[in-house]
Design a protein around this ligand. Structure first.
Ligand SMILES: Cc1cc2nc3c(=O)[nH]c(=O)nc-3n(C[C@H](O)[C@H](O)[C@H](O)COP(=O)(O)OP(=O)(O)OC[C@H]3O[C@@H](n4cnc5c(N)ncnc54)[C@H](O)[C@@H]3O)c2cc1C
Length: 633
C-alpha cells in the first residue's frame, strides 16, 4: 500500500535552537521589544503578602489560567469585593509572547510537565517510555504556552454533560458574548464581535493548506458546511499584532488597575483551609512564597482554577477524598468525596510522519537553514511579521468520522504541521515531544533531504478513564497520574485511533504527485515486526501516541446525591460550602475541540453565578441595614 523508506540514523543537536531562544530573550529583555509585564498585567502584591500587609480578601482564586482570569474579570466588575488571584508561576516570559517559539515552551520552566505512570499502550517511544502532560505555569496558564488555536466546542458536546445550566445554548451565548472576531471565516455558531476574546485568521503556509485540501477531497472529505460538525475548517489564532494573546491579556489587562483586583505571582497554594466540624466551609488557603509559608483568609469563597491535575491534588491535600486513603497518608480528613481525581479523561494524539518529494510544486520546498532562521527572526523583531507570528501548526483542521457511531459527530480531528527541508520547527517539535533519540534522529535525517508533513490524528471523544492520586513519597510533588489510555472495555478508543491511522495512510496513496510516503522511522520497540503489518501498526500506535492539550473530568459535576461527582451544578463542592471549581476538571465529557474557549467560558459562567449569589446577599444585607436605619429614625 505504501512504500518503504530506510534512512540512516543521525543525531542533530538542539544547539541552534537554544542559541535562537537565547537571542530572542536577550533582544527582548535588553531592547524591551516585548512590553514590561508590570505595564501589561496586574501588579504583583506577593511582597505585601509576605510582609503580612494584605492577607484578607473576599474571594481567593487559585490559578491564573483561562478559567481563573475569566472569574477574576467577572467578580471584580462591581467593585464590591476584594479579589485575590494567586498564580504559582511568574509573568509569561518573552519567549511565551512569540507565537513561533511555542514548541520551545513545552517542558520549559513554564510547563508543569507532569510525568505520568508508565502506560502499557501509549508513549512507549518517548524518553523513559512515559507520557507527560504539559500545563502552563505562568500567568495565563496553559494559554501562555499552548498552540493558540481558537475553537469552541459543538453544542452536542456540552449537551452530553447533561446539565441545563451548562448546555450547548449557554456556551454558545457565552462564546458569542466573549468573542472578538472581525474576519470572514465561519464556524458552527458564527462568531461574536467586540468582546474581550480577540482572535484572528491565521494566514500561514496557505499553499500547504491548499495542497492538503485538494487531496483530502479525493478521499471524501469536504470543506465543513455551516452548522455541520464534519469536514475541513480553518482555525483561528489568539494573537494580536503578531504577539501571543494569552488569557491574562484577554481578561486581566483591560481591568488591571481595578483597585479591588489583587494578584500574587510565584505563590504556590499548598492546601485549602476548611472549617469544621459541623459547617464545612472553605475559609482560606495556605500558601508558600519563596519557601515562606503563610495563610490567607477568604471571607466569601475560594475558587479552584488550577487545572485538571492540580485541582484534585489540592482537594486531596486539603483532606477532601476517601477517609481510608487520607488516613493512610496522615492527612487530616475533612470531607468524604470518593470521586476526587477519578474519571480522568484526555485527548490523545497520534503523529503520522509522511515524507514528500523534494520538488513538491506548491509546498515552498526551500531549505530552512541558519540564514533563513535569522532572516525570520529579524523580520519578526523589526516588523512583527513572518513565520514567528504563528506557531507553525497549519491553520486548518479536518474533523472526521471513521466509524459508525450512530451520530454525525466527529470521532477524530486531524491537524497538520508542514516541515521544510532542515526545518528548525521539526527539531523543536521533537525536543518538545521528547522522543527516544533514535526516533528523533531518524526523522531529522529524513528531513535533511525531504520536506515532511505531520498529520496529528487526535482522539477527541475518549471513552477510557484514568485516575490521579497523590505522590505518596512526596505529597507536594507531582501527583501519581494513571492515564489508562486505550483501557476502555471494548478497546474502542484504540480502534478509533487505528481507523484514523488507516484514513491518513490511505490519503497518502492519493498524494502520489508529491511522492508522499508513510515513513519507517525505525522505532526500536517495533523492529521485530514487518513494516506496515498489523502488528507493526499496533506497535507504532503504542509507541507514538501521547496526551494532547484536552484534559478533564477529575472533579466532575453531578447531582448532589451522586457519589461519582465532586461539584454540584453551581460548581460548589458537594459537601464543602464556599469552595468551587472552575475549569474543564468539572466536565463529564470533554468537548470535541481544543479546550481554551471552554475553560474560559466555564470561568466566565462561574463569575456570573458568584455575582448573582453574592449580590443577593449584599442586597439583602443592604436592605436590612436600611430598614434598621429607617426604624431608628
Ligand atoms: C501544549 C498544549 C497546547 C494547547 N493548545 C491549545 C490550543 O491551541 N487551543 C486550545 O483551545 N487549547 C489548547 N490547549 C488546551 C488549553 O490550553 C487548556 O485547556 C487551557 O488553557 C486550560 O485553562 P485552565 O484555566 O483550565 O488551566 P491552566 O491554563 O492550566 O491554568 C491553571 C493555572 O493555575 C496555576 N496553578 C496550578 N496549581 C497551582 C497552585 N497550587 N497554586 C497556584 N497556582 C497554581 C498554574 O500555574 C496555571 O497558571 C493546549 C494545551 C497544551 C498542554
Amino acid at each position: 500500500m505504501y512504500g518503504v523508506i530506510k534512512y540512516d540514523v543521525s543525531t542533530v543537536s538542539g544547539s541552534l535552537l537554544n542559541a535562537f531562544v537565547l537571542l530572542i530573550n536577550t533582544l527582548f529583555f535588553n531592547v524591551k521589544l516585548i512590553g514590561d509585564p508590570e505595564q501589561v498585567y496586574p501588579k504583583d502584591i506577593s511582597e505585601k503578602i509576605l510582609k503580612e500587609q494584605e492577607t484578607v480578601f473576599d474571594f481567593i482564586i487559585v490559578g491564573g489560567g483561562a478559567a481563573g482570569c475569566a472569574v477574576a474579570n467577572q467578580i471584580t466588575e462591581n467593585g464590591l469585593w476584594k479579589v485575590l488571584l494567586i498564580e504559582a508561576g511568574d509573568y509569561p516570559s518573552p519567549s511565551s509572547e512569540v507565537p513561533g517559539l511555542f514548541t520551545t515552551l513545552i517542558r520549559s520552566g513554564e510547563d508543569w510537565n507532569f510525568l505520568m505512570l508508565k502506560e502499557p499502550r501509549a508513549c512507549l517511544g518517548l524518553r523513559e517510555s512515559r507520557c507527560r502532560i504539559s500545563r502552563g505555569k505562568a500567568l495565563g496558564g496553559t494559554s501562555a504556552i499552548g498552540n493558540l488555536m481558537y475553537i469552541g466546542g459543538l453544542p452536542e458536546d456540552y449537551d452530553e454533560n447533561g446539565f441545563v445550566q451548562w448546555d450547548g445554548s449557554i456556551f454558545r451565548d457565552i462564546f458569542m458574548h466573549l468573542e472578538d472576531y472581525t474576519g470572514s471565516e465561519q464556524s458552527y455558531y458564527g462568531h461574536g464581535k467586540g468582546g474581550l476574546l480577540h482572535f484572528e485568521d491565521a494566514v500561514y503556509n496557505e499553499s500547504a493548506k491548499d495542497m492538503l485540501e485538494v487531496h483530502y477531497i479525493k478521499v471524501g472529505s469536504k470543506r465543513m458546511p455551516k452548522r455541520h460538525s464534519l469536514g475541513m475548517i480553518s482555525h483561528f489564532l489568539m494573537t494580536k499584532n503578531g504577539e501571543r494573546y494569552n488569557m491574562a491579556k484577554v481578561f486581566l489587562t483591560p481591568i488591571k488597575d481595578r483597585p479591588n483586583l489583587f494578584f500574587s505571582k510565584n505563590t504556590l497554594v499548598e492546601s485549602i483551609q476548611i472549617s469544621e466540624p459541623v459547617d464545612k466551609r472553605a475559609t482560606g488557603v495556605n500558601v508558600s512564597i519563596n519557601g515562606i509559608r503563610l495563610s490567607l483568609r477568604a471571607r466569601k469563597e475560594v475558587i479552584l482554577a488550577a487545572g485538571p491535575i492540580n485541582n484534585p491534588k489540592l482537594l486531596l491535600l486539603s483532606g477532601i477524598g476517601e477517609r481510608g486513603y487520607l488516613d493512610k497518608l496522615k492527612l487530616p480528613y475533612k470531607a468524604y468525596m470518593p470521586a476526587v481525581g477519578k474519571y480522568l479523561q484526555m485527548h490523545v494524539a497520534l503523529p503520522i510522519y509522511v515524507s514528500l518529494n523534494r520538488t513538491c510544486p506548491t509546498c515552498e520546498p526551500e531549505v530552512y537553514n541558519e540564514t533563513t532562521l535569522y532572516q525570520d527572526t529579524f523580520e519578526y523583531i523589526l516588523q512583527r511579521k513572518g513565520r514567528f507570528t504563528h506557531t507553525g501548526v497549519n491553520n486548518f483542521v479536518n474533523y472526521i468520522l471513521t466509524k459508525k457511531t450512530g451520530t454525525t459527530l466527529p470521532n477524530l480531528s486531524v491537524q497538520h504541521m508542514y516541515f521544510r527541508i532542515e526545518d528548525r520547527n521539526l527539531l523543536a517539535w521533537l525536543e518538545a515531544m521528547d522522543y527516544h533519540p533514535k526516533i528523533a534522529g531518524r526523522l531529522l535525517s529524513v528531513n535533511k533531504l525531504n520536506p515532511m508533513m505531520m498529520f496529528l490524528v487526535t482522539l477527541i471523544h475518549p471513552l477510557s478513564r484514568g485516575e490521579l492520586n497523590l505522590n505518596e513519597t512526596h505529597l507536594l510533588g507531582d501527583p501519581s497520574i494513571k492515564g489508562a489510555i486505550f483501557s476502555d472495555e471494548e478497546s474502542s478508543d484504540f480502534d478509533t485511533i487505528l481507523s484514523g491511522f488507516n484514513y491518513i495512510t490511505n490519503l497518502t496513496t492519493v498524494m502520489d504527485d508529491l511522492a508522499a510516503e508513510f515513513m519507517d522511522i525505525d522505532i526500536p520497540n517495533c523492529r521485530n515486526y514487518k513494516f506496515c503489518s498489523m502488528r507493526y501498526v499496533k506497535c507504532y500506535i503504542e509507541n507514538m501516541v501521547f496526551p494532547m492539550g484536552g484534559v478533564g473530568g477529575t472533579t466532575r459535576m453531578g447531582p448532589e446525591c451522586d457519589e461519582t461527582a465532586v461539584v454540584k451544578e453551581n460548581l460548589e463542592l458537594r459537601r464543602v460550602r464556599c469552595l468551587r471549581v472552575a475549569d474543564s476538571s468539572i466536565l463529564r465529557e470533554l468537548p470535541r475541540s481544543n479546550t481554551i474557549a471552554t475553560d474560559a467560558a466555564i470561568g466566565y459562567r462561574l463569575g456570573e453565578i458568584l455575582k448573582e449569589k453574592w449580590m443577593k446577599d449584599y442586597e439583602a444585607k443592604f436592605k436590612v441595614g436600611k430598614e434598621e436605619e429607617e426604624e431608628t429614625e
